[in-house]
Write a new protein. Structure first.
Length: 95
């Protein structure tokens, strides 16, 4: 199992709209091969910071997504929220 972690900081003006969009975006991500489920977290101390953990069957599925589809999926967020979000990502491998 691999965790693809996406950390997001947003502008307060878009919070409600963004959260609604984020949930539908996460559901759309489950359509990719190997993506099994997701969990969305809100930072306890910062209500404008969120983390999503996508649970992926193995690293090969993630590599395929990153190579073939990630650009299109990332652009959807950019199109909707322009300069109102800041995102970083990391990959967590289970030992």
């Amino acid at each position: 199992m691999v965790i693809y972690e996406v950390n997001i900081q947003i502008n307060i003006k878009i919070r409600d709209i963004f959260l609604s969009w984020l949930k539908s975006h996460a559901i759309e991500m489950l359509k990719f091969d190997g993506f099994k489920r997701y969990d969305i977290y809100e930072d306890e101390k910062d209500s404008l910071s969120f983390t999503i953990h996508y649970h992926i069957e193995n690293i090969n599925y993630l590599k395929k997504y990153l190579k073939d589809s990630s650009s299109d999926m990332r652009n959807k967020g950019k199109e909707n929220f322009q300069n109102q979000i800041n995102i970083d990502r990391r990959i967590l491998l289970k030992l």
